[in-house]
Design a protein around this ligand. Structure first.
Ligand SMILES: Cc1cc2nc3c(=O)[nH]c(=O)nc-3n(C[C@H](O)[C@H](O)[C@H](O)COP(=O)(O)OP(=O)(O)OC[C@H]3O[C@@H](n4cnc5c(N)ncnc54)[C@H](O)[C@@H]3O)c2cc1C
Length: 470
């Protein structure tokens, strides 16, 4: 029996149920399609997948091919066109894949199913908890994360990962297909800035080596709860997100390793906290499954009636890290130059765009989608909706940006790292450089309004407006 295993955001050979089951049943024909729809410009005028993530994806596919003993077929094209051709050419008996959660992906799945008349077996491999094991149906997913977490932790367990699949020598004869370059995908290549928190390289082996480093080698995970709000350096958080998002490693494998760490090294609140964050990841995926396309609507899953600004000039000041509010600008510059931004930075920049600037939050979510190396549709849009108060927990929450800057970057080291224009400005002024006198500006070697912008809004006034909007 010949089974085509269609890979998407599950670029691994460990804990891969659809591959594991195919290998048990017969001969595996693995396939990855570079679908050009993922690289086109969106309605917002920038690519859906930017060059940094595209490079990570290409590396991950190349590594998958190595792991599969060079048997991975690679095509550039639409899966619903590529797959039926392969089914015919290689006389395939069944198709296996891992289900995705959101509309675009589900439409392609449907089109694939309609394009063939052989059995199509769908598995579920993206989350920590299997949806079939949850103590409630997806339609009854609790509206509050804490309720979801408590019920799930109490009544459910994380399944053990499937063992790694080794593919023997390829028996079928077919053109294997060249792995494209970033340019072949219509993008201009972009080498990440060397100030990046980490040199991210795609692929299963890199994922395992990062996990080994963060857990057992450096034991950084032992302090995770107390460092996770950091902004600078490789080890304030796990940085596993790009590999989790591309499925180079599964959440279950990470969980399994955490359990091992608890037995072999220590069990403490930090280890628990990483499991807790992985549960947020599950929650956003299950929520996307429950709420479907509401997630992408201006009023989000709350159906809120919002009138938002559509001011492109303000939006691009935010995009380019030119708002004149250093904590926002430093984070946006880090994102644009490296593809990564800390969780603290993401919360603040999202809150600033959606709440202080009062701009359509979906523009920001689309920009993150383009730029993030760890983009995951459910985590990105779910977190954005949450910060725009149209997701779970719709209270009128917002971040006080200057308080956040003082708490998490009290000496201004992070801001100076990404905004060299401010490198001589002392901590006292670094988060509000426009408050310096002309003499102070001269003393600290920066001219506000010329070298670095004046703030695009009055923050205090914008908080008043947020409160008035209610
Ligand atoms: C506006 C916004 C957009 C975001 N977009 C994405 C995205 O596209 N892809 C993505 O993976 N994460 C996203 N996040 C969540 C979070 O910021 C990143 O997962 C985290 O910063 C990645 O770094 P890390 O791997 O070091 O995380 P760690 O702190 O080490 O956490 C471990 C893992 O837990 C998961 N996780 C942690 N926090 C969250 C969270 N709030 N929501 C969902 N999962 C979480 C991630 O898989 C992460 O790799 C977003 C958050 C915000 C506020």
């Amino acid at each position: 029996m010949r089974i085509l295993v269609w890979f998407r955001n599950d670029l691994r050979t460990n804990d891969h149920e659809s591959l594991f089951r195919a290998a048990q049943l017969g001969e595996v024909i693995p396939l990855y399609c570079f679908d050009l729809r993922h690289f086109e410009n969106t309605e917002y005028g920038f690519p859906k997948t930017g060059a940094i993530r595209a490079a990570f994806l290409i590396e991950s596919v190349a590594e998958l091919r190595r792991q599969l003993n060079n048997s991975l077929i690679v095509r550039i094209g639409k899966p619903e066109e590529v797959i039926p051709e392969l089914v015919q050419e290689l006389d395939i008996d069944a198709i296996h894949y891992h289900a995705e959660a959101t509309d675009e992906e589900l439409r392609v799945e449907m089109a694939v199913k309609e394009s063939v008349n052989i059995p199509v077996n769908v598995f579920y491999g993206h989350t920590l908890y299997h949806p079939d094991d949850l103590p409630f149906g997806i339609a009854e997913l609790p509206g509050v994360f804490t309720t979801f977490r408590k019920q799930t932790e109490k009544k459910c367990r994380v399944r053990k990962p499937y063992s790694k699949v080794q593919i023997a020598k390829r028996a079928f004869e077919i053109e294997m297909g060249k792995i494209p370059s970033v340019e072949d995908l219509g993008l201009e290549s972009h080498i990440p800035d060397n100030r990046s928190v980490l040199t991210f390289k795609g692929g299963e082996r890199e994922a395992e080596s990062r996990m080994a480093h963060y857990f057992f080698e450096s034991k950084s995970v032992s302090n995770y709860k107390f460092t996770r709000n950091g902004l600078l350096g490789a080890n304030y958080s796990s940085k596993l997100s790009p590999w989790l998002a591309h499925g180079c490693i599964s959440a279950r494998t990470v969980y399994d390793e955490l359990e091992k760490y608890e037995i072999e090294v220590e069990k403490n609140v930090s280890i628990y906290w990483m499991k807790f964050e992985l549960m947020w990841r599950d929650y956003f995926r299950f929520s996307a499954m429950r709420f479907g396309n509401k997630l992408f609507k201006p009023g989000g899953i709350q159906n809120k009636k919002l009138v938002k600004k559509t001011d492109k000039t303000l939006f691009y000041r935010w995009v380019n890290g030119e708002t004149g509010i250093p904590f926002i600008d430093a984070n946006m510059r880090e994102l644009n130059l490296t593809g990564f931004m800390s969780n603290r930075g993401r919360q603040n920049t999202a809150s600033f765009l959606a709440q202080n600037l009062d701009i359509d939050w979906r523009w920001g979510a689309a920009w993150f989608e383009s730029k993030l190396i760890d983009y995951d549709v459910c985590s990105n849009w779910g977190n954005w909706a949450y910060n725009a108060t149209v997701g779970h927990d719709p209270r009128n929450r917002y971040f006080n940006i200057l308080n956040q800057a003082d708490n998490y970057d009290s000496n201004g080291k992070y801001v100076r790292f990404w905004i060299p224009e401010l490198k001589h400005v002392p901590a006292e002024f670094v988060h509000q450089p426009h408050t310096m006198s002309i003499d102070q500006q001269a003393l600290f070697d920066v001219e506000i309004g010329k070298d670095y912008p004046e703030p695009i809004i009055n923050l205090e006034e914008s908080y008043r407006q947020i409160r008035d909007r209610g």
